[in-house]
Write a protein that binds this ligand. Structure first.
Ligand code: AMP
Ligand code: MG
Length: 315
């Protein structure tokens, strides 16, 4: 478990170039010193992540972030309003930042986030340096929302895993690009688009899978279970399991898990990845999911489900 002593040890391990699994409010992260090229290379290797896909760098707060990227008034407003929290900001990288070039995949921009989770906060403060942390899963697979998921996926690659139970948000951060004239949503996530629009007005939404190198993490197939996934399902097919939302008809499915019986999107987001894992068993022929409204956190949930259902280009 994540007591003070274990957090201090985890921070020390990362300062020595090791990798640590730790909880954030979104999903569990695979953390390494973002100023250490070797540690960052180990993150890519552990995940089997393509090197063109940059990592999010984690800091405790705006003050530490300003040493890494150039903040204008709009970026400061975003940080003041949404940090600490599930929002990653893509900003111009400062030349004197000491950040690993590999961490941002050679781009002249960097994605920064200050997570709200108390264990993540304590760890970042104890480490005293920026921490690169993608989700602690093998590339392309379902993101981890418990310490056990991290152990299953990457147990051999981490020196230690901090365990603080399930992640409260359960879905990755929203990625907002603030390098252009208009703020651009690169990935829907824990901060709903509606909340960003209240602060920024118009926001460009980058169409998923347009292949933009700006957002190389948005690969068509991602978050994928082994079983095929069928979206907006209504009627059962033989041997299928169901992931249900709201007042869905669940009769005839081989097994049913409820993302949220009362139709609450926050509850559904928190349950999504763990339930996908639980249903991803060879005894079923596939996983059907009922339709989820495309609003608020529903955008992020649907984004992940569409990628999980997409044809797999790589194994
Ligand atoms: P993950 O670490 O797996 O949660 O994914 C990180 C997300 O942030 C991916 O979608 C990346 O493409 C995105 N990202 C990280 N750094 C940058 C950057 N410099 N520019 C654009 N997107 C970025
Ligand atoms: Mg990920």
């Amino acid at each position: 478990m994540a007591d003070q002593e274990t957090i201090a040890r985890a921070a020390q391990l990362m300062r020595a170039g090791e990798l640590v699994g730790f909880p954030t409010e979104t999903v569990y992260g695979l953390g390494g010193d973002a100023t250490n090229e070797g540690a960052v290379a180990r993150i890519f290797a552990a995940k089997g992540r393509p090197h063109f896909n940059p990592l999010i760098v984690h800091v405790p707060a705006l003050a530490e972030a300003e040493a890494l990227a150039r903040f204008d008034e709009r970026a400061r407003l975003a940080a003041r309003r949404f940090w600490p929290g599930p929002l990653s900001l893509v900003l111009p990288r400062r030349a004197d930042s000491r950040l690993s070039l590999l961490a941002s995949a050679g781009l002249d921009t960097v994605a920064l986030r200050a997570p709200a989770h108390p264990i993540a906060q304590a760890l970042l403060r104890a480490a005293g340096r920026p921490i690169a942390a993608p989700s602690a899963n093998r590339s392309g697979r379902i993101s981890p929302t418990t310490a056990a998921h991290v152990a299953d996926e990457l147990g051999d690659s981490v020196a230690l895993i901090l365990d603080d139970g399930p992640c409260p948000v359960g879905i990755e951060s929203t990625v907002l690009d603030l390098t252009g004239a208009m703020p651009a949503l690169l990935r829907p996530g824990g901060v709903p688009l509606e909340q960003l629009a209240e602060v920024f007005g118009e926001i460009e939404t980058i169409v998923p899978d347009d292949g933009a190198p700006r957002a190389p993490g948005r690969l068509a197939s991602h978050y994928a279970p082994d079983l095929p996934l069928r979206l907006a399902a209504t009627d059962p097919r033989p041997g299928e399991a169901l992931l249900a939302f709201g007042p869905a008809a669940a009769a005839g499915f081989a097994e049913v898990l409820w993302l949220s019986r009362r139709g609450a999107l926050a509850e559904a987001a928190a349950n999504l990845f763990a339930m996908l894992r639980r249903l991803d068993r060879p005894e079923f022929t596939g996983i059907a999911v009922t339709a989820i409204p495309e609003e608020g956190l529903g955008r992020a949930i649907n984004d992940r489900l569409r990628r999980a259902a997409a044809p797999r280009s790589i194994g």
